[in-house]
Ligand binder design. Structure first.
Ligand code: NAD
Length: 256
């Protein structure tokens, strides 16, 4: 592939072997659909089995759903082994799955159980997924990790502490893992989306939606497809020398 053609953002992803976590709905489903449109080989996992299988059935091609529970480290290992077998290796992982519905309470109203559940999935699960895919990424000539963080960790969103802390950890892990994995030619980057209109954010109070919309440089609601382009870019050859970075994708609500 010539440098010119491989430098198209999002180009060159045909046959790329990609794992997506939390792909059954919302942003993860948008990433799966965008990858399918590029001709990538995709395995996506989720705890929402019926929704995940329905999406895979609808997309067809080399796009597969497999059950995955990121709260269970042994399940992560077995998911990655089966996924790699299914698509013949792994070139990239999009760590998108997260517990996203822990908001609405002040710090002193949060339960220990909620805190631990959020950390176990969003932080420990992301770490264990990165470790599980590492042997496969080492074998790839274009190893990529894209972590989906959140701009809430950058502006200090209130009444969302467990989630915000977990996304701050994802941003920090992105930087450290970029240095650890860089020795193998693997890039590790994070996208920090702003408040996006998906099923999961229907519970977010109208004032928070309005706060975002008024605070953006681009004053319209954010939709899932606003985030797919930047993710495809980070997976592409055009981003081959970009690593350890956090890219806010939020219409200019937070500027890095
Ligand atoms: P979502 O809740 O619809 O997506 C999360 C997905 O992860 C769901 O499909 C869910 O079933 C899955 N999941 C949850 N726990 C899991 C587990 N234990 N194992 C496997 N899968 C599990 O919400 P979304 O808005 O589509 O969020 C996708 C990502 O984008 C998340 O990382 C979220 O933090 C991030 N994000 C979203 C927004 C937004 O406004 N929508 C903003 C910033 C960041």
């Amino acid at each position: 592939m010539s440098l010119q053609s491989s430098n198209k953002p999002g180009g060159g992803l045909a046959k790329r072997r990609v794992i997506v976590t939390g792909g059954a709905r919302g942003l993860g489903a948008a990433f799966v659909e965008a990858l399918a449109a590029q001709g990538a080989h995709v395995v996506f996992g989720d705890v929402l089995h019926a929704e995940g299988q329905a999406l895979a059935d609808r997309l067809g091609g080399d796009v597969h759903f497999m059950p995955l529970d990121l709260a269970d480290p042994a399940d992560i290992d077995s998911f990655v082994a089966r996924a790699a077998q299914r698509i013949g290796g792994v070139d990239a992982v999009i760590n998108n799955a997260a517990i996203t519905n822990s908001g609405g309470r002040f710090a002193d109203e949060l339960s220990i159980e909620t805190w631990d559940a959020v950390m176990n999935v969003n932080v420990r699960g992301t770490w264990r997924m990165c470790v599980a895919v590492l042997p496969f990424l080492r074998e790839s000539s274009c190893g990529r990790v894209v972590n989906i963080a959140s701009d809430t960790a950058m502006w200090g969103a209130p009444k969302l502490l467990a989630y915000v802390a977990s996304k701050g950890a994802v941003i920090s892990m992105t930087r450290s893992l970029a240095r650890e994995f860089g020795a193998h030619g693997i890039t590790v980057n994070a996208i920090a989306p702003g408040l996006t209109e998906v099923e999961a954010t229907a519970y977010v109070p109208a004032e928070r939606h309005a706060y975002y919309q008024q605070g953006r440089a681009l004053t319209r609601p954010q939709v899932a497809d606003d985030v797919t382009g930047p993710v495809l870019f980070l997976l592409s050859d055009a981003a081959r020398f970009v690593t350890g970075q956090v890219l806010p994708v939020n219409g200019g609500f937070v500027m890095n």
